[in-house]
Design a protein around this ligand. Structure first.
Ligand code: NAI
Length: 417
């Protein structure tokens, strides 16, 4: 039994179906002011860009509680990973999905991959994996959205879960089909590394990273792969993770020095590399972080815009996360466009502006990843010349791209229907 609730700014419409096992609350918020940007930890919080749609899912039969936030489909289907995380409340999950999906709009716009911005979160207790039934229910929700939102891996979700979902929906990527795509983390690490290297060269006037002190927070899929590259480049590596075994592994494999959770934000270094969760650069942290540059993979590192201002005032170079960490979604986009997008929409059309020629194969991916360093430098350059924060410059650039597309492009057919 399905209950769907649509909330429009000035209208409440509840549709009750035949039984009460599935509850779906929806906010189609296009052109509304529902997105207040008042969420806690609303990283650089994008206040002027309301979401197109937010779907809240509570399925009693499976226990699935999830949120799908579609921020923008101006450039194509809203794409962004599915995060499994322990949230204290549904409101926290909604806030996180909104914050993350907005960042995806910026990231995908700058990367030029024919995707808009979206994100989903599944509420879960720590270490409890989603069941097959929950993944199926989630996949059903993707089908109901008819291609407006494409999901993939994020924190707490891996290739296995995406493969499970793919049995029930085609609106999923990051699976690895015929050697194309799969786990996006190595590509994310690749993009972060080359972007960080270029930014360091720009900032410090150096030729190589050799000898720099670099602190990496978070040794998961991206952080660990990044450490491998940083170690090979000859940096002095300091690492931190909630999981001690990951720290030990990095000590053993890269000769890294462990830093405690308490000391990671007070360890003096040239570069701080956030690769855990977002919101790590609070105003208080920005005031004291003893580094010259922040450049990492974590989404939404700045807890708010003021954190970026404080870093700027202190002369700490911040390289916007959504510029550096686009490698993964570039790979996701390639896999999706090449293997799954055909006929993705309800009307049978292919809703991708920028579909790569499949004959280009991996070159399409490597070409776009190789653009990350130059994009990062251009943004740092504009920021330096204008006195704005790099984060503000990057967001403005991304919004220009989105707004230009919005002028010439109606809403996704599934939404307009
Ligand atoms: P992951 O879940 O594999 O790794 C996260 C790691 O951070 C885990 O080892 C966890 O124990 C650690 N961690 C969590 N809180 C911590 C804390 N307070 N202090 C120290 N360590 C902590 O996640 P993944 O895939 O490596 O992603 C890392 C970040 O990069 C996330 O913010 C994610 O959204 C972002 N990102 C990931 C992409 C990908 O391709 N996987 C793409 C773009 C962004």
């Amino acid at each position: 039994m399905v209950v769907i609730c649509n909330l429009l700014p000035n209208q409440f419409a509840y549709t009750y179906a035949l039984n009460w096992s599935y509850f779906c609350l929806e906010y189609p918020v296009q052109n509304s002011n529902v997105d207040t940007g008042n969420a806690p930890n609303t990283a650089a919080n994008h206040p002027a860009t309301p979401h197109e749609q937010i779907r809240v899912i509570e399925d009693r039969a499976s226990g699935l509680k999830a949120v799908i936030a579609i921020h923008s489909t101006a450039l194509g289907p809203a794409a962004g990973g599915c995060r499994r995380w322990k949230y204290a409340s549904m409101q926290q999950a909604i806030d996180d999905a909104k914050r993350l999906s907005t960042g995806m709009t910026y990231k995908n716009a700058l990367a030029g991959i024919g995707f808009g911005g979206g994100k989903s979160v599944i509420m879960a207790d720590s270490n409890v994996k989603p069941t097959a039934l929950q993944l199926q229910k989630f996949a059903n929700c993707l089908n109901e959205l008819k291609g407006r939102y494409i999901t993939a891996e994020d924190v707490g979700m891996g290739v296995g879960q995406m493969v499970s979902m793919a049995q029930h929906t085609k609106f999923v990527s990051g699976i690895g089909v015929g050697g194309i795509g799969g786990d996006p983390s190595p590509k994310t690490a690749q993009g972060v590394f080359i972007g960080l290297e270029a930014a360091a060269q720009y900032q410090f006037g150096i030729d190589s990273l050799q000898g720099l002190r670099v602190v990496v927070q978070g040794l998961g899929n991206v952080g660990f792969a990044l450490c491998e590259r940083l170690a090979a480049a000859g940096v002095s590596l300091f690492v931190c993770d909630l999981e001690v075994k990951r720290v030990r592994h990095a000590e053993h494999k890269f000769g890294a020095q462990a830093v405690s959770l308490q000391r990671v934000l007070s360890t003096a270094a040239d570069i701080f590399v956030p690769c855990a969760l977002g919101g790590v650069i609070t105003e208080a942290v920005a005031e004291t972080l003893p580094v010259a540059m922040v450049a990492g993979a974590a989404n939404n590192q700045l807890a708010n815009e003021n954190s970026g201002e404080i870093l700027l005032q202190r002369g700490v170079q911040y390289v916007p996360d959504f510029v550096l960490n686009a490698g993964g979604v570039i790979s996701i986009a390639h896999e999706y466009h090449v293997t799954r997008s055909a006929g993705a929409n309800a009307d049978g059309s292919n809703d991708v502006n920028n579909t790569p020629d499949s004959s280009l194969g991996e070159k399409w991916v490597s070409d776009r990843i190789s653009e990350i360093p130059q994009r990062a430098i251009s943004i740092l350059e504009v920021a330096r010349n204008t006195g704005c924060t790099p984060d503000a410059v990057a967001r403005r650039l991304a919004l220009e791209i989105v707004n230009a597309a919005r002028q010439s492009r109606p809403l996704h057919p599934a939404h307009a229907a």
